[in-house]
Design a protein. Structure first.
Length: 296
């Protein structure tokens, strides 16, 4: 009898933990990773100073929406997620600098609240494709409307070389996102392949050189970023709320008093769901255990 009671307790505990993990997986978040290949003969080109998601067409130098990482000389509002870090640095047979880069953004609302998006938007632009400032809601809507052929969101990576060449703007290598038909089964913890959106992109300096108004052309083959996991470069995991009202975004901001909120920002509804699931699992376990405890 004791063995049966123990088994029921273990089952109840598993239900609780699974419920909490499922609720946690409903967070908003972005994850990106790729192999970088840069021409290291260009001064400052091995120093990655920023990686972002921008909105805009393929020829627009649009505003920053998601700042994966950043450091000076980029402005502070773009550096809230810390400097860009790479691993497996090497110099290949062609003399190119190669490395593996990855970053996670658990609070996608930062650049809209700290002014980074407004500060990098195109003055006078009235449409998203032309570089007008955006909101978290409009970014999500744009991502959801992306196809494999058309998307007004692009990935951009910056180095000291590109910063010095073009007065801080434009970047080294960019590419419009391309929606993939499905995500790989194996994703980073917290990202569910059934609900996440996965995007590829052809990220290179040739695409940057096509942007209207770029002051100076980048060196040929100055840099490129290629996916690590199949064709996937960027993954977006939507949260439980659809951000129907701009005011509702306040509840998604990470709590500075709670260190866990940086990793798992949760809305009030998400917390309520977790509490309900926890209470339900405990109640069920007690109902199952009670008859057996009376028999002991």
């Amino acid at each position: 009898m004791m063995h049966l009671t123990t088994a029921i307790l273990l089952l109840a505990t598993t239900l609780v933990l699974s419920s909490l993990e499922m609720a946690r997986a409903g967070k908003d978040g972005f994850y990106a990773e790729g192999y970088v290949s840069f021409d290291n003969s260009l001064e400052g080109n091995t120093d990655i100073i920023g990686a972002h998601l921008h909105t805009g067409s393929s020829t627009t130098n649009g505003p920053v929406n998601i700042a994966f990482c950043g450091s000076g000389p980029l402005p502070d509002v773009l550096n809230v997620n810390g400097p860009c870090t790479v691993t497996e640095k090497n110099t290949d047979e062609q003399g190119r600098y190669t490395a593996t880069w990855e970053a996670t953004v658990s609070d996608p609302d930062v650049e809209f609240k700290n002014g980074g998006n407004d500060a990098t938007s195109v003055s006078g632009a009235t449409t998203l494709a032309d570089g007008a400032s955006t909101t978290l809601k409009s970014l999500k809507e744009t991502l959801m409307s992306c196809t494999s052929d058309e998307c007004d969101v692009y990935f951009n990576i910056h180095t000291n070389y590109s910063f010095n060449l073009n007065a801080g703007a434009y970047g080294l290598a960019r590419g419009q996102l391309q929606l993939l038909s499905e995500c790989p089964v194996t994703l980073k913890p917290g990202y569910d392949y059934e609900t996440a959106k996965c995007f590829g992109a052809t990220v290179n300096s040739a695409s940057t050189n096509m942007v209207e108004g770029i002051p100076n052309q980048l060196a040929e083959n100055a840099g490129k970023v290629t996916p690590i996991l199949g064709e996937v470069l960027v993954i977006y995991q939507g949260g439980n709320d659809d951000v129907e009202e701009e005011e509702s975004q306040e509840s998604d901001v990470a709590d500075p008093e709670n260190p866990l909120s940086d990793d798992f920002p949760q809305s009030a509804s998400l917390l309520s769901s977790s509490s309900f699931l926890f209470a339900a699992a405990v109640t069920i376990s007690l109902l199952l255990i009670s008859p057996f405890m009376m028999m002991l």
